[in-house]
Design a protein around this ligand. Structure first.
Ligand code: ZN
Length: 427
């Protein structure tokens, strides 16, 4: 049955549809935060009263936190971390191509995309453009919701390999979208038209294709949530709304949500989890609370990071790819993720804290570990643990088709995960 809470699957569909890129996801997040009375912590934040609701943004990354009058220099943090980026097709710096009388745009594959899922879809274009204004670079967001890009699959009659060995896609040659029959403008001209700028002013872009099909509830009884970017924008918006709820009554810890970029390519960037991005914001908070070195050590020792990211549900058509003792079901509740080789940062102590939170929230919990002969993915968890020196638990919502252009999860699981995150953020 559908829950009617603030993180009901239908509400989350609107968030996912509003977020074709990491930059749009952060913009959407800030809309929610603004509505809940959060303010931007600018460079002068340190001179203000630290108590209140705050956020700091950098491109496709965001940190939001709540400091109450009861918090002090050695208060621990409760951080929920997630990532705004998803595998997709990104426009190259010199993208204008022509072949067989068609205009095309050169793309790079970003992250571990299931490239077949981008074929024969109606694709829009979105991202950010940097243009010069009065001698200075200025960043603009853009989003074109028309189905202007398309990657047509090769007809089966022309693909001898297809029956023998299935579909084989070359990431340089076979994923180049078409967008016109010849007389297309240059990509720079197109961007200038989108933003009403002089083409000479357009300097650079982070532009990417996105599937135009809206997120939806699916299945016989609408028990599935189907959308692009479930990994990991679903965690982002569930985490944010849990923070907004906790903000009314923060507990003894300082609740924080950190949304990072670039997880799908290893988290090493200025806005990734392996950067000082989050640590610098925590250091600002310690500074305004007057923390000494001893306070910082005490705070870290009692703090916890929840690395919130998609978990693999057991695939009904490939059950042999999963560990038989660790079946994970859609709509089976939040999933605790464990990997002895630290691809997930969970250990026995953080696993126990997560399980106790599930009990307090009265939601069922599942456990994931990958088969010994199948490599598992990773998350922001290990990077955050290494960067912060704070205990981490990896957990998330079960899903199928991870890294497809269109993924699926259970429609009931977001609310349950939100209930657990609310308990953890409020402790
Ligand atoms: Zn992920």
């Amino acid at each position: 049955m559908q829950t009617s809470g603030w993180s009901s699957a239908r509400t989350l569909c609107a968030d996912l549809d509003a977020s074709p890129t990491p930059y749009h996801a952060v913009t959407r997040a800030i809309e929610h935060l603004d509505a809940a009375g959060f303010h931007e912590a600018t460079e002068t934040w340190e001179t203000q009263n630290p108590a209140g609701r705050w956020y700091f943004r950098d491109g496709g990354a965001l940190v939001a936190w709540v400091v109450s009058a009861d918090h002090h220099a050695s208060s621990p943090f409760r951080v929920v971390g997630a990532h705004t980026d998803s595998p997709n097709l990104r426009i190259k710096p010199v993208p204008d191509l022509e072949s067989a009388g068609l205009s095309q745009l050169g793309v790079e594959v970003y992250g571990g995309a299931l490239t077949n899922s981008w074929l024969d879809r109606d694709l829009g274009l979105a991202g950010r453009v940097v243009a010069v204004e009065a001698g200075e670079p200025r960043t603009f967001l853009f989003r074109d919701n028309r189905p202007i890009l398309r990657v047509p699959q090769l007809a089966i009659h022309l693909d001898e390999d297809f029956r023998r060995s299935g579909l084989n896609l070359n990431r340089q040659r076979h994923l180049v979208p078409v967008w016109s029959t010849g007389s297309a403008p240059t990509f720079t001209q197109y961007l200038a038209d989108q933003l009403s700028l002089d083409p000479e002013a357009v300097l650079s872009w982070d532009a990417m294709a996105f599937d135009l099909t809206p997120a939806t509830l699916a299945g016989l009884n609408e028990e599935f949530l189907v959308s692009a970017r479930i990994d990991n924008q679903l965690s982002c918006f569930v985490a944010l709304r849990s923070l907004v709820q906790v903000a009314d009554e923060p507990g003894p810890s300082i609740p924080v949500v950190a949304l990072f970029d670039h997880e799908e390519v290893g988290s090493v960037s200025t806005t990734g989890a392996a950067s000082p991005f989050l640590r610098r914001q925590l250091e600002r908070i310690w500074r305004v609370l007057g923390a000494s070195a001893a306070d910082v050590y005490q705070s870290c020792a009692k703090s916890l990071v929840v690395s919130a990211d998609g978990a693999h549900a057991t695939h009904p058509n490939y059950p042999e790819r999963h560990d038989p003792e660790h079946t994970v079901e859609l709509n089976g509740g939040p999933v605790l993720k464990v990997n002895a080789n630290q691809r997930y940062a969970t250990d026995a102590t953080t696993a126990a804290r997560f399980e106790l939170a599930c009990r307090r929230a009265e939601v069922p919990m599942q456990r994931f570990v990958s088969r010994g002969d199948v490599a598992c993915g990773s998350t922001i968890g290990p990077a955050a643990a290494g960067e912060l020196g704070i205990a981490v638990v990896d957990a998330g919502i079960a899903q199928l088709a991870m890294h497809s252009a269109r993924e699926m999860a259970g429609a009931d699981d977001p609310q349950r995960f939100a209930d657990v995150l609310r308990v953890l953020l409020g402790q």
